[in-house]
Design a protein around this ligand. Sequence first.
Ligand code: PMV
Length: 359
Amino acid sequence: MIEPDFILKSYSKTLQNGSFTWSSPSNIALVKYWGKKEHQIPENPSISFTLNDCKTITTLSFSKKEDNDDFSFEVYLDGENKEGFKPKIETFFKRIEAYLPFLKDYHFKIETSNTFPHSSGIASSASGMSTLASCLMSIEKELNPEIIDEYFIQKASFLARLGSGSACRSLEGDLVVWGKHEKIDKSSDLFGVKYPFEVHQNFKNYQDTILLVDKGEKQVSSTLGHNLMHNHPFAQERFKQAHKNLSSLIGVFNNGDLKAFIDIVESEALTLHAMMMTSMPYFILMKPNTLEIINKIWAFREKTNSNVCFTLDAGANVHVLFPEAESELVNEFIKNELVAYCQNGHYICDRIGFGAKQL
Ligand code: PMV
């Protein structure tokens, strides 16, 4: 699939008004996307677990307007008008206009809410953008009912990518690859694809408990962080390493080797943060409690031979990953030893899920 395939020549139907509601989850990368080219093209392939409970629910209402000069929309979060969200959505609309030529024909009301607290430090851009992209695709399907499911989901992912790169991995589950990888035939830089190979029972219903170490706004946006990978002294090696780690994970997902999984996932998390620390300007998003938690996890693993491990996104919060079979053991450990490092004792229990749903 190449970009022109996402531009439909004409629509067979007309539409005055309507509304669609979708929910779409967040996702957590195992092999990280960090560094991009123009138009949100990733420098390296990534793979993520789709989450189940951390999601955004959006209702997109639309009505035909007189003119088609400009974008026209209003945004609400939990019923409250959010002028502050408009520039990001305006940028998104500009980026996707060529692929959805009806955008300027309608006035949109975007009503959104998250199942996780807005100020939790959990980025809502992946769930938010994938939900909005799904709603927009529902309009396109109404205008052109011949659209098939595969096109719908690929284009939703393609559009979501233009909103926020990692958002393109939230449409499906339970594992999604984004970025061209030589061993994954249908993988693409333009959209996420469902991981196509066998996945061992050990990885089914994998658990992700998110420890909220720091709920504040990030000091460095991921856009800025991605840009610092241009001319980064270790960038080329890092991009090669991501390809290699994804190749290794294919074997690991097949044979269920949890120890090898841990080595790759934790190394990816630390490498992501190492890239931040070695950028110019350099920055650190981990907090002292992030490191306390990591050390506790390592000590617990040493003591119990558990398969619990951690990963990080572009922030201080820690995603604690573990097989479902270890839930009881690890939940006890989290309550007894890790919650103390969370801001106000807050954490979110999640697990892998299956992507966007129309409600
Ligand atoms: O989608 P963005 O631009 O917010 O970047 C996300 C980057 C990481 O979360 C750090 C890694 C990833 O692959 O999700």
